[in-house]
Design a protein around this ligand. Sequence first.
Ligand code: 5AD
Ligand code: SF4
Length: 469
Amino acid sequence: MTANTEGTKKLYIKSYGCQMNVYDAERMSDVLKPLGYEMSEMPDDADLVILNTCHIREKAAEKVYSELGRLKFKKSDRKAAGKQMILAVGGCVAQAEGEEIIRRAPYVDMVFGPQTYHKLPEMVAQAHRKTGSVLDTDFPTDSKFDHLPAPSAKGGYSAFLTVQEGCDKFCTFCVVPYTRGSEYSRPVEDVLSEARCLVSTGARELTLLGQNVNNYHGLVKDGGEWGLGRLIKEVAEIEGLDRIRYTTSYPAEVDDALISAHRDIEALMPFLHLPVQSGSDRILQAMNRRHGAYEYRILVNKLRKARPDIALSSDFIVGFPGESDRDFQDTMDLVSEIEFVQAYSFKYSPRPGTPAAAHELQVPEDVKSSRLAALQDLLNSQQRAFNESCVGRHLKVLLDRPGRKTGQLIGRSPYMQAVHVDLAPDNLGRIVELEIVSAHGNSLGGRLLAVEDAAKYRQSNTTNTKVTG
Ligand code: 5AD
Ligand code: SF4
């Protein structure tokens, strides 16, 4: 069997699910680069294919098996042409299902969990030796972050940086504590050096990632720990970094230091994803969430006091076991009151091994569907109303990717809306001031007012707690 050309091998990674998987995929590619692997856009010519999977809902997990079915044929086509394709399953499905994957899809060469991808070079070598399928779903005692190389130059203007991983909350519907392991915060110095590295390779925006990112408590070199608010303050000092975001937050652990960061740090964008899941106290309790609807409302009030224009987003689950019409109405009432600018909403999906899956009072599928439709109507109308309220405003947009049409670029507003604008490609990576001229369900259209450099952008935002207009 031969690789593509002497020295270079092609790597194709398909990521499912959350932003942490996107980050992990980049780190996998960094780990494999010294072995001569270069990224490919297509699986067809790849020597190594990695499916970086998500186990959060049943549909997400099933997608992996359908994709594996398709890849099986590509693998045998390559074999017929005298070439190899190592097929690997990583991420949370790999962690949760392990050997079951090899049983259902015996042509898979490697299965590895989210905590072992720093060992990919060894696993690939083993797969080459063809000593059966390689399985590594350990939770090693030392962190993978201690073994990963520095991020390679990507030129990404908006980059992800994992600062915290894992979860000890055990919401009764959720697989994450079982697939990602217990909560771990990277030491402050590691985070800062990776942040500096990403900025030096072109990032102007960093999104700090963690399953419970706001419970970050990273060790400081000289002793002690920093919370997320303090960390953000330090990250904001990095020369050349203009924007900071973080996700995902657990409402019961948003502390005053983080709320103050929203008031004091202009680089911290006025957008927060703060999953509430339900508006019913009864259901929140059954979910083992550590907040009630009242506490969530109080928290939102505090955040809005600190940063009046903060835009909120959330996750919702409808049809959690035992959810009554009244409980669902409580969710609708909470949404009507808070007004979210965007949200993700899902039908409850029983996950094997989680407490809620064994609950007797499962909600019928048709009830889940109609509740989801009603909730999504309301959420979509709020998103549309927010987008329409932006027409005529001037927003600063970091242009980070080409649009679908030629001559078009796309970026994010401070409030995370995608904004498209007709501009030449050399404007990529710039923060531009746009007049918003159109609003759509999921995006905005803008017209150029000014191209700003980083320093000017910061200056004009120092006293800004509202959309510039
Ligand atoms: N069923 C439906 N949605 C779920 N989520 C997590 N687990 C489940 C499940 N079993 C949703 C939650 C979470 C988001 C990432 O996915 O809303 O915040
Ligand atoms: Fe899952 Fe709850 Fe942990 Fe979020 S806080 S990852 S929903 S267990």
